[in-house]
Design a protein around this ligand. Sequence first.
Ligand SMILES: Nc1ncnc2c1ncn2[C@@H]1O[C@H](COP(=O)(O)OP(=O)(O)OP(=O)(O)O)[C@@H](O)[C@H]1O
Length: 713
Amino acid sequence: MVSTDPLIQHDVLQKPIAPTLRSRAKLHLDLLLWDEASSATERRRDLERVQNKSARKLIVKPQKSGFDDEDENTPPLADGSSVLKSNGRLKRDRRMDEDRAESTVPSCVSLKSDQSIGGDLQEVIEGHKISLKRRCEHVTEGTNEAGSGTLLNKIYTELYITEGQSEEVDTQHEVRQLERISKKNIQDTPIKCQDIFKVLSEQQRHIRVVLTNGVAGVGKTFSVQKFSLDWAEGLENQDISLVLPLSCRELNLIRDEQHSLLSLLHVFHPTLQKIRAEDLTVWKLLFIFDGLDESRFSLRFNKHQVISDVTQVSSVEVLLVNLIQGNLLPSALIWITSRPAAAYQIPPSCVDRITEVRGFTDSQKEEYFRRRFSDEDLSKRIISHIKASRSLHIMCLIPVFCWITAIVLEDMMTRDQRGELPKTLTDLYSHFLRVQIKRKKQKYGGEQRPEELTEADKELLLKLGRLAFEHLEKGNIMFYSEDLEQCGLDVSEVSVYSGVCTEIFKRESVIFQKSVYCFVHLSIQEFLAAVYMFHCYTRKDRVVIKKFLKYSKPISFSGFAGFHINYNPATSLDVFLGRTLMKSLEIKNGHLDLFVRFLHGLSLESNQRILGGLLDQMENHPETIQKVLNNLKEVNSDKIPDRSINIFHCLMEMKDQSVHQEIQEFLKSEKKSERRLSEFHCSALAYLLQMSEEVLDELNLQRYNISERDDVA
Ligand SMILES: Nc1ncnc2c1ncn2[C@@H]1O[C@H](COP(=O)(O)OP(=O)(O)OP(=O)(O)O)[C@@H](O)[C@H]1O
């Protein structure tokens, strides 16, 4: 029936922020050796030539074309509703008509426009292609050592992407988004990444705005990188004149500045310094906004300044909204990627196509490992190990887990003493940290055996843990050197653990004068934060723990009601973990869920051992562990039905099989069960059924003793 594998919990990837650490090659402005004086006349001539040539077929829109009459009547700062009603819908419909006309034009016409672009303009495009290729062809995946980047094309594995949205977007928590991915009954139409702007059926109209959803670590940024590289190498989408990736993470850095669209492009794509406003109107542009979830903008589609001129200065968020709505450069294509919980920020009326990156299929998982390891024998062994462990196999649906698994298994397989294969997330992440410690030792030397930690190592890792924890609480994923200093870290210390925390945005540019750091993936930040918190608990650091738990309100825990009143960090593990769980359950978007799961996992001695002395080994009395397990099972989950699945995950992290077994028995029993299935059991049942490989012919809920509410749920 349902899998007996204890850990089927790839939902880790809830909300991470995983920076794909692209290599940021320096941009060589000197590629473009422009002679300003001569190019001006030349370019005007080119422009005229393009406009004349394509007047009949190509719609070359000056900024206000098509809507001038309306725009003139529109006050620059329009009240949202009136903008939307008087301009938004009407404009959109009219634009659609024009766009439809445009979309019937075969792509070669656009290509013709490129060909007719004169030498200087063509040179800008070529220069931009070279620069973009440099930026996209390597991936660094957690190491920022010079030259260490892998070629994207070597490791890039085709992803399973679908058109349309499989279900209503869950704005609360991405755990369920991930679970949804593995449901087998979703209607979906696969689409190739390079085709997302193509009209694929007669029913479809011109595709101007595409929104790509996908849970964290599923490969959105990689897709953007691959799309851009293929364009830059002249392989795909050559009807587009310029592909312009703008990561939201980077845009955050100029959140408080005022820019025009043109100056924004100059800042982020210095190779385009020489382009002018009129160039933008004749070229077919694609703007890619990667990682909307990471943006700190508030996109106000209902009330904003209307901008239709690429030289008009405003805030970045206003420029973004105008681009998306089509007020600014109405013929430009827009691609936005986002984790599902943040996608609601874009009104559906602005979006022509929604796609969803769903991760790797089983065969793609295998291909990933084959591509990753040049040693064929090693990749074969790794693939068969993953297949043998159902939990790992399911986790590898999400590419970032494939990456962590690959690092851990490569190390385990090439060691003499392999040890037990990781079965829980805490296991997997503890091994990941161990491998990073070992790599650091091998690289920077040290007298001890590679996995032994000195006091200085411990101190450094715990400082990183503190950084992770303090910023996790605040919801921060990026840090500046001041933040490092506040935790007693300096830049050189962080760089020795570049596989864990690393510097991003090394690009030379005026706006990036400050170095910015982040953990290689949010799940790694969550893990280190849990390591730090567990350390504070074992060291009885009352100040940190009390501060963390201070604001948590009591939730009804039938097993230990009232303990919150007299909480004392020196008391016991079960009380500490119980309070932390309560705190996490109070947070609606679940941003401490994974942290709490790791914290429960770290209470097991077996995981503490993997970390090679980083945590003080606790004398865990079996009774204490049993108390923690009992408490988890006794949480009154009726009050938190949406969140009870995380309690099940905590049990799994502690390698407790009892709930799993109970569910199995429920499923096997022929006669109607006497015992009432609680909300908690229902969540666990639903979860296990979704993750199971076996398809049930029938699930008759009437056979189970559940409340009506559960039935509806
Ligand atoms: N197509 C792919 N081929 C090979 N590896 C991939 C692929 N997609 C993703 N990965 C691996 O997964 C990691 C995370 O991917 P990526 O950063 O693209 O995810 P994301 O969806 O943008 O996540 P987030 O929402 O957290 O930013 C990459 O660093 C890489 O190791």
